[in-house]
Design a protein around this ligand. Structure first.
Ligand SMILES: Nc1ncnc2c1ncn2[C@@H]1O[C@H](COP(=O)(O)OP(=O)(O)OP(=O)(O)O)[C@@H](O)[C@H]1O
Length: 140
């Protein structure tokens, strides 16, 4: 089933100049990038985005990291995009992510684990809406 997922290249990916290498993997796999832009999260947006982690031991570090620099956000489209992209990015903790996955190949620690991708249809819809207006997403 053709579907859309939301992907963010986190501040460490931009700082380390990995944007091209990561996008290349999605294009090589056969996905279409139907929306993309550069953003910088402010504290309010980061807190809204990571609401579920409020109160956790790593929350402050996570918010500081996510607001530390610019990011790339995109909408990736293709067959089973949500589950396939999650597989391609690898486990949340890069030390446990398999080699061959994006986190397995490019990261070693959290919260600076390079990339985020939606983990369900509901979160994909929510996250795409949070970052893109309808007319910023292109079908053709
Ligand atoms: N134990 C931890 N210590 C530090 N940072 C963490 C830890 N666990 C998660 N994080 C950070 O919070 C983010 C969100 O965690 P979550 O458990 O939702 O994982 P995820 O769904 O793989 O991540 P993301 O939402 O970024 O794709 C992680 O990607 C990572 O940057």
């Amino acid at each position: 089933m053709k579907e859309r997922t939301f992907v963010a290249l986190k501040p460490d990916a931009v700082k380390r100049k990995l944007i091209g290498k990561i996008i290349e993997r999605f294009e090589n796999k056969g996905f279409e990038i139907v929306a993309m832009k550069m953003i910088k999260l402010d504290r309010e947006m980061a807190e809204k985005y990571y609401e579920e982690h409020k109160g956790k031991e790593f929350y402050e570090r996570l918010i500081n990291f996510m607001t530390s620099g610019r990011m790339i956000v995109m909408v990736v489209e293709g067959e089973n995009a949500i589950s396939v992209v999650r597989k391609m990015i690898g486990k949340t903790n890069p030390a446990e992510a398999e080699p061959g996955t994006i986190r397995g190949d490019f990261a070693l620690t959290t919260p600076d684990n390079i990339i985020h991708a939606s983990d369900s249809k509901e979160s994909a819809e929510r996250e795409i809406k949070l970052f893109f207006k309808e007319d910023e997403i292109f079908d053709k």
